[in-house]
Write a protein that binds this ligand. Structure first.
Ligand code: ACO
Length: 359
């Protein structure tokens, strides 16, 4: 038996490969660094969905269909009541997404891609006492997300940075949320059910819930000169340093550098980036010293936090923004599982008491 299914192969996929020893991520035949920063959201959807939906349109038509899907799901925002607004954004997002009908077709998939993009800005605005802004179907996906958040037309630099982020996180092998999505898809429950399983798994702090706490850590440390003492005290308490360590990567997560490149292209991030790099260096030195037998490196969540902060997403919505990108992977994996896979049904070893034998 393998604890946490470590090293267990549970699927064959054409979607992505994570090479943890080389620090390399391949998405459908492309190295991450060749597509992140060069591909927008709709192009990434086209790349990942190719062969999984018979009626997949061309890039331009897909961008237009995504725009219409954003408009279509906007009606669900009316269900955002006081109770949901008082919950965490991820829980509110999950509740709104659960309102979408199940199905296996491209129209269902497009609604699921549109949902976190439309619902997250609406949740943020509702928490601030502001009315939601309707999507603009004519805008590119990333630009429309930023406009629905801020109410202003955002610059192309910001939209390009958000595209770089969403493409960087769109898929990553058989991570916990993708595995959860594939298990549900294998029962033929439908794409909405599979995506909700993925979102529920992503929510945890050991997976997609880490970047918010990264900002808390940076804010609490406050000054690079205090980093060593703060980080040592955290490890003394038995805390994990958020944004470090990975099940597969034993070298640096290539997504961290893809995101750092995207942050550098934004104005006015230089000071914050330099500070974060100093904290990162201190954390890596302490982790090397304290855990010499385990190579703990910076993971995707550390620079996710800085990029999404620079784009003015509140830290408690970072997991929702992660879901905007990762939904591409959940959907493609769900379709791949349905096309070729059996029902996922592993076994367990019973270690409880046996029934008493009759005398
Ligand atoms: N800080 C301090 N110690 C750590 C960290 C960390 N970030 N990560 C792992 N360790 C230590 C563990 O305490 C453990 O030490 P021990 O052997 O002395 O008990 C050892 O390294 C191995 O830890 P495991 O939990 O067995 O390793 P696993 O491969 O399951 O962990 C995980 C991967 C969950 C990501 C872990 O590194 C972690 O908790 N990181 C912090 C949270 C985080 O950044 N999550 C985002 C991950 S990226 C993503 O999912 C998108």
């Amino acid at each position: 038996m393998s604890d946490g299914l470590e090293n267990v192969v549970a699927a064959q996929t054409v979607l992505s490969e994570v090479d943890g020893a080389a620090g390399r991520l391949i998405l459908r035949g492309h190295a991450l660094e060749d597509i992140a920063g060069h591909t927008d959201f709709a192009q990434a959807v086209r790349l990942m969905f190719d062969g999984f939906f018979p009626d997949l349109p061309s890039d331009a038509d897909l961008a237009a269909a995504l725009g219409l899907a954003r408009v279509e799901v906007f009606g669900e925002v009316a269900a955002l009541d006081k109770t949901l607004v008082s919950r965490s954004p991820t829980e509110a997002l999950r509740a709104l997404m659960a309102r979408l009908a199940d199905g296996d077709d491209l129209a269902t998939a497009l609604r699921l891609l549109a949902a976190p993009a439309v619902f997250t800005p609406a949740i943020v605005r509702a928490q601030r006492g502001l009315a939601p802004l309707a999507p603009d179907a004519a805008l590119p996906h990333a630009q429309d997300i930023l406009r629905m958040m801020s109410g202003k037309t955002t610059g192309t630099k910001q939209a390009a940075a958000l595209d770089a982020y969403l493409v960087t996180v769109c898929d990553h092998g058989l991570n916990a949320s993708t595995f959860a999505a594939r298990v549900v898809a294998s029962t033929r429950a439908g794409l909405t059910s599979a995506v909700l399983a993925g979102l529920s798994a992503l929510k945890g702090p050991l997976h997609g819930g880490a970047p918010g706490p990264v900002i808390d850590m940076l804010d609490e440390i406050g000054d690079a000169a205090h980093a060593k003492a703060w980080l040592e005290a955290a490890l003394e308490r038995g805390d994990r340093l958020m944004g470090f360590g990975h099940r597969i990567y034993r070298v640096r997560d290539p997504r961290a550098d893809a995101l750092k490149r995207a942050i550098r292209k934004l104005d006015a991030t230089a000071g914050r980036l330099a500070y974060a790099e100093a904290v990162e260096a201190a954390a890596l030195a302490i982790l090397r010293e304290r855990k010499p037998n385990r190579s703990l490196q910076t993971n995707v969540e550390f620079y996710t936090a800085l990029l999404l902060e620079a784009l003015a997403f509140p830290p408690d919505t970072f997991t929702c923004v992660f879901a905007m990108g990762r939904t591409i992977g959940w959907l493609a994996h769900a379709r791949e599982q349905i096309a070729g896979g059996k029902l996922v049904r592993p076994q367990s070893i019973y270690i409880g008491p046996m029934p008493k034998q009759a005398a």
